[in-house]
Design a protein around this ligand. Sequence first.
Ligand SMILES: Nc1ncnc2c1ncn2[C@@H]1O[C@H](COP(=O)(O)OP(=O)(O)O)[C@@H](O)[C@H]1O
Ligand SMILES: [Mg+2]
Length: 425
Amino acid sequence: MSESTTSASTSSASSTATSGATAADGDSGGPAAARAASHGERILLDGVTKRYPGQHKAAVDDVTLEIPAGEIVMLVGPSGCGKTTTMKMINRLIEPTGGRILIGDEDVTHKNADDLRRRIGYVIQGAGLFPHYTVGDNIGLVPNLLKWDKSRTRKRVEELLDMVGLDPGQFRDRYPRQLSGGQQQRVGVARALAADPPVLLMDEPFGAVDPITRQRLQDELLRLQEELRKTIVFVTHDFDEAVKLGDRIAILQEGSEVVQYDTPEQILAAPANDFVEGFVGSGAALKQLTLTRVRDVDLHEAAVAKVGGDARSAITKARELGRKWVIVLDEEERPQRWVPVDELEKSGTLGSVTRNLDLEVVNTASTLQDALDQMLTSSHGVVVVTGRRNRYEGVIRVETIMAAMQSMQSAAHRAETVTPTGARS
Ligand SMILES: Nc1ncnc2c1ncn2[C@@H]1O[C@H](COP(=O)(O)OP(=O)(O)O)[C@@H](O)[C@H]1O
Ligand SMILES: [Mg+2]
């Protein structure tokens, strides 16, 4: 996770601190160059408030929060604490009754709401696709509003479907009801990205899909974000999701009070109060696993064989490594299935091999938590890792995960027992 997370723009407002929060690393000073290529824009909420007539308590009460350009900021908090209202004030689906909202350096509090929404992608639970529009027309909605010509919109729709992992030829002309929940959610993300807005608002987007689909969607969002560097505000009530996706997390309490705004590492190591502690839970050590990516650990080698290739070198490799199984890759180096060495010895060369759909695979962007989950259901004691274009990269062994956990636990322990002055408490 990044150290310096400053936005490229210098803040004109003096009080960009976060209510009740310890300022996170590099909030205002870090090297701007590190994120200068960011495609996102900073968002500043300055005392933002929403009061509904006839209600004595505000739905959102005086929220001040700076969301740095190009980062994912997670809003976590109990139901009814004002997360959705806050999001809808950013794109002005709800008019604030107090405070200001800046995007970049521009005060957008009173800007034309339609124009504003074209600069802000919005993704909600269940995707909110129009059922009587095809996938292509759903994604092309904003480009059409912006009166792009047909061929440009069509190209953009194709590019976006590709980007979210859906084959354009197969999906463009379908209707939302002909898609699974996870696929609909992907289309929702594609639609939000259509006009390349600097800001994405995502309100519990993955709340309604099964855990495995959710994990994939999360991984894909992270992969997309590596390229896109949008400013993303993401609401969830799932703390694990917040730790996994967030560059920072804002923990909200009743009445939209921001009780802690910090990096996931800091929140796990030093929860601000009992309320945050409750969120973090007793599984903090395990949750540390969601902070480490597969790409951050050293992978192990496994014996691999390519479809159509000679099996002998794979057999030799397997013997060297003391393994009885070989991973078979297709022509594009994508893992297909595990094959026992005995079987290879009989065949000599590898004919076509069908992909075993249950093959446990994680991506380099997956977390060690995901890797552990996969490993626990795998009969091989290792999990296969793929990188770009699902190409084989190596395997992770359980020892790697144990070692990572141990070093994180001792790091967290040091953080707990050392006071800010460095003295042991
Ligand atoms: N249209 C409305 N009229 C009155 N009160 C509302 C309205 N919408 C939301 N609220 C209240 O505002 C508070 C925050 O709601 P919301 O932002 O939806 O919470 P969250 O998304 O965190 O669950 C809640 O107490 C809710 O009852
Ligand atoms: Mg909500």
